[in-house]
Write a new protein. Structure first.
Length: 71
């Protein structure tokens, strides 16, 4: 089952963001958006493959993507 995720990149790794995105793709992630200023990458991946994202050098955390809306 595919899950939407947001990957947080460590600040010191931001200069290598293109390489990190490539590594995330190689781990099975389909990239939707890269926000270089924020150090985040959003996309989707099979839920079973999420641990592989956490192993990518430069990744601080992987969180489920949440929609934010006005109440």
């Amino acid at each position: 089952m595919e899950r939407k995720v947001m990957v947080l990149v460590t600040e010191p790794s931001l200069p290598a963001l293109e390489d990190i995105v490539s590594d995330l793709k190689h781990a099975g992630m389909t990239i939707d958006r890269v926000q270089a200023v924020l150090g985040t990458v959003t996309g989707s991946i099979d839920a079973d493959a999420i641990p592989a994202l956490r192993e990518v050098h430069g990744v601080l955390d992987v969180e489920p993507d949440r929609e934010v809306g006005a109440s």
